[in-house]
Design a protein around this ligand. Sequence first.
Ligand code: GLA
Length: 369
Amino acid sequence: MRVVEAFRAAFGADPATVWHAPGRVNLIGEHTDYNDGFVLPFAVPWGVTAAVTPRDDSTVRLLSLQHGDPVTIPSHEESRGWTRYVVGVLATLGDRVRGADIAIDGDVPQGAGLSSSAALEVSVASALNDLHDLGLSPMELALISQRAENEFVGMPCGIMDQAASALSQEGQALFLDCRSLGSRNIPLDLAAHGLRILIIDTQVHHEHANGEYAKRRAECESAARKLGVAALRDVEDLAGALSQLQGDERKRTMHVVTENHRVEALVGLLRAGAVTEIGALLNASHLSLRDQYEVSSPELDLAVEAAIRGGARGARMTGGGFGGSAIALVADDRLESVRDSVCAAYAERGWKQPRFLPATPARGAHRLS
Ligand code: GLA
């Protein structure tokens, strides 16, 4: 394994353990996680592999095959850039761990919105859990990873990405209730229906994404306060709720409440074996994210429209928005025409061509050696 060789070369010994954790795509349930709602992501075949040995002191020595030379971080406060995701996990685990030597190798396509950061956090958290016999469950490891990102990196994300990375099973999507944290694996056998999910990476990432994310989150919390509920998940009478709200908060509530229903409807279809019928829900989710939640982008909208024109059964942006990727549900015999349609639409505007990646539901975090 490449990461083991790199570990040996940098730190002069074999690592004590090696863990892999994947990135994710979200099938449906967008911007619902921090509203205590439902999500349905699955792990992708790309992720982060972490080779780790604990240390007796509090120093962290870190090597990433993607970022060049090893760095030594004497204390938590001194971490910068990508190292914060790793040091944040160590800091969140607190007294339960000390320092560590860590080598990282990742193959999650960068900037595609496929949660390489969650993969990084969860791979390191899982390895430390194993090495220190902490006995933490996959969900507890996801929560620690989320806290590291919230408090250490300063990104106020929900639990979806880390949970998908920690809990997913091969061939299944993860239906997660973000309030109770109860989850269920839902078989997603697309191949049996001659279907696949194509990731369309727009290769565009808008700078203001993180600020807008925090703003959406604050708008939802403010709307919930006005409605007298703990979270928008609790809204039952949508019409009644909308009549009490105005402007952006009204639109955000509309999206979150209907999106939760779409997740449940989609899970119902999958459990009934009606995979071919889920396309309409994907389309509706996209329109809601575009018009009510306002987190899409011209590149995502065009990818979705062109994919559908090319014969996709449904398509939507996936993840936080403002760039990153869309997904399209495509029958095997339409693959070429969907790709051609999207490429032609981008070419017509003179935009950089998007990248296409096939998504098969992969296994969540696991030990490699
Ligand atoms: C990002 C966040 C997740 C979730 C999605 C939107 O990926 O990390 O917690 O909120 O956006 O669904």
